[in-house]
Write a protein that binds this ligand. Sequence first.
Ligand SMILES: [Zn+2]
Length: 276
Amino acid sequence: MSKIIETIDYFAAGSCSSHLQRMFKGVPKKKISFPAGVFLLKHRSKGYILYDTGYSPAIQKPSLKYWCYGLATPVTMKSGDRIDLLLQENGLVPDDISYIILSHLHPDHLGGAAFFPKARFILTQAVFDRYQKRRLKDLIFREFLPADFDSRLEVVEPQQVEAAFLYRKTVDLFGDGSIYLASVDGHAAGQGCLFLPEYNLFIAADLCWGVDLLPYTEQMRLLPSLVQDSKQDYLAGVALLRRLLADNHQVLVSHDPTERVKEVLHASRNFSENFY
Ligand SMILES: [Zn+2]
């Protein structure tokens, strides 16, 4: 039987960097680059769906706000790193994107949203609520969203635990069992995370910085702890990831290293081939 999600592709639309020892106690000195990951799903009937959109190059423009952001999170964005240009290299034009699921509204996730004039945007209810009552700490850079963003929004609320994913309440996005969306607090309120049963894959936004960094979670320093929306919920999100991994599900987060993402996508494709 052919799959509903026919393909999953991955792009890094810019990156930011940090020093491991500034994030966690008791770790070796190491500078790490965190790609702003974008996933492209090809749905059999709904067309192309993006999960997040990476950075906007505009974040490198001179501005006090962007300067402050860059101080904590230095951004690297080459010309050509824009998600619409990366897609173009792969033969897609912006109008080909029918849906964009924004996991949350930090600048490394919503930055490319304005490049897709026909896409409908999908947010969880909790992300939408925060968007409406945004505070400085929420780091929602509204200027990178298209002017007509509100009129293209579809807000969804995970309502029940489905047999396909027993760990959390989800919503079956298109009612065909291809994409289940969960809402997970912690790093940001209600981050939209995806479970794709055909690939046994959970794509988990910023539930952690990288799956390989999960063992350091409890050693997180004060400053990175303070930038999380809720440290307690963050730890619960990490526990969810650990459980999924222990149960042999594949897990990816938005800032996993590109090589890891490619390996996991490769393994997930093999799963799907064996499964169908
Ligand atoms: Zn974030």
